[in-house]
Design a protein around this ligand. Structure first.
Ligand code: FA5
Length: 328
C-alpha cells in the first residue's frame, strides 16, 4: 500500500500491477503454488492470498481513478486548454422516408377535413376478415396469405388496414371522413414491389349520397397535392368483398416510357384498391345502409414513397442500410 501511495503516474501503477497481481506477479505465484501444499495449508493460504489479491486490486483501481482525475485537472489548468472549443460533433439521425411521406399524406387529408385513426397490428380475425364480408371459408382469404397468431385462428397479424373501417364505424356517428395509416403483414416472398411487412393508408368516408365521383375526385385531388402536378390514373374493376362496386386505381409509371422492372413492363403501377362500402360492412359497423353510403380506399404507402423519391426497390425500406437512410 505504501508503494501505491507513492505511485506518481499511470505508468508507475501499471508496474505495481504487473509486479503483484499480473500473470507473473508475486501474489499470482502464491496462488499458483497452492496445489503443492497440504490440505490444511491450502485452505489458509488460499483464503489469505485471494483476500490479498482483492485488496491490492481495489487499491490499484482507486489510485488509477485519482491519477486520471489529476491528469485531466492538470491538462485543464495548462495554458493551451480552451474551454470554448466546440465538442466532438454528434451525427444527427434523419426521419425514415416512410415517416416523411406518411406525415405528408396525413397533412393533406387533414387539410381536406379527415381525422387520422390508428388500429391494432395484431387484430381479431373478426375485424380483419369476417366483419369485412370475408367469412371463414371465403376464397378471398387466399388473396392475403396470413400470419396467424394462435392455433384457433382468432388472432392475426393484420393483412390490411381495412379492419380500422369497422372500428371507426363502431365508434363514430356519420357523417365522417377518416384515414388510418399503419403497418400490415402478409406471408409473401419479397421482391422489388412486395414485402412481408409493409404499410397501407386506409380511407373511409360515410355520408349522404356519396358516389364513385367523390371517390375518384378525392384520390385525384390527393395525388395532385402530393406530387404538385396532375398524375395520370386509371380505374379498373377490382374485387374486394367489402366494397361494391370495387376498383383498382393505377398510376402511370414515372420511371419509364416503354415498360421497366418496377411496372413489370405494363407502364402502370397498381396504387390502391377502392370502392363503395358494401351494405353488409356498413351493417357490421352498426350503420344504417338505407340512410348512409360511403367509399373506402386502401393504398400501399411503400409504393407511394417509391414513386415520390424515385426508389426502384422497396426492400431498401427495411434493410437498415445507413447509406440509403442518410439520403433523406
Ligand atoms: C387491400 O389490402 C384492400 N384492403 C384495399 C382496399 C381498401 C380495397 C378499401 C377496397 C377498399 P390489396 O391487397 O390490393 O388491397 O393491397 C392494397 C395496396 O397495398 C396495393 O395496391 C399495394 O399498393 C399495396 N401492397 C399489397 N401487397 C403489398 C406487398 N406485399 N408489399 C408492398 N405493398 C403491397
Amino acid at each position: 500500500m505504501e508503494r501505491l501511495a507513492g505511485a506518481a503516474s499511470l505508468e508507475d501503477l501499471r508496474g505495481i500491477e504487473r509486479e503483484f497481481v499480473g500473470k507473473e506477479g508475486s501474489v499470482s505465484g502464491l496462488l499458483a503454488a497452492i496445489p503443492t501444499l497440504s490440505p490444511d495449508d491450502r485452505r489458509v493460504v488460499g483464503k489469505g492470498a485471494n483476500l490479498l489479491k482483492r485488496d491490492i486490486q481495489a487499491g490499484i483501481d482507486q489510485k488509477k481513478g485519482e491519477l486520471e482525475a489529476a491528469e485531466i485537472a492538470a491538462q485543464r489548468a495548462g495554458g493551451d486548454f480552451d474551454a470554448t472549443l466546440p465538442g466532438a460533433p454528434q451525427t444527427r439521425g434523419s426521419l425514415h422516408p416512410l415517416t416523411l411521406v406518411r406525415r405528408e399524406v396525413e397533412a393533406i387529408f387533414v387539410s381536406m377535413g379527415y381525422s387520422v385513426l390508428d388500429g391494432p397490428e395484431v387484430e381479431l380475425d373478426y375485424y380483419n376478415f369476417q366483419a369485412l364480408n370475408i367469412p371463414a371459408d371465403h376464397p378471398a382469404r387466399e388473396m392475403q396469405d396470413t400470419f396467424y397468431c394462435d392455433t384457433q385462428g382468432n388472432l392475426v397479424m393484420r393483412t390490411q388496414t381495412s379492419p380500422v373501417q369497422i372500428r371507426a364505424m363502431e365508434r363514430l356517428k356519420p357523417p365522417f371522413r377518416v384515414i388510418a395509416p399503419g403497418r400490415v403483414f402478409r406471408n409473401e416472398e419479397p421482391d422489388a414491389t412486395h414485402e412481408h411487412t409493409f404499410h397501407q393508408v386506409e380511407g373511409l368516408v360515410v355520408g349522404e349520397d356519396i358516389t364513385v365521383g367523390h371517390l375518384s375526385g378525392v384520390l385525384k385531388g390527393f395525388l395532385r397535392q402530393l406530387f404538385q402536378k396532375d398524375i395520370e390514373v386509371r380505374l379498373r374493376p377490382g374485387y374486394f368483398p367489402f366494397v361494391e362496386p370495387g376498383f383498382e386505381l393505377d398510376v402511370r409509371c414515372p420511371f419509364c416510357e416503354e415498360g421497366c422492372r418496377v411496372c413489370k413492363k405494363t407502364r402502370w403501377i397498381e396504387f390502391c384498391g377502392c370502392g363503395m362500402v358494401h351494405p353488409r360492412v356498413l351493417a357490421a359497423g352498426g350503420i344504417d345502409s338505407e340512410a348512409w353510403t360511403g367509399f373506402a380506399f386502401g393504398f400501399g404507402l411503400d409504393r407511394l414513397v417509391m414513386l415520390r423519391y424515385g426508389i426502384d426497390d422497396l426492400r431498401h425500406f427495411m434493410a437498415g442500410d445507413l447509406r440509403f437512410l442518410e439520403q433523406f
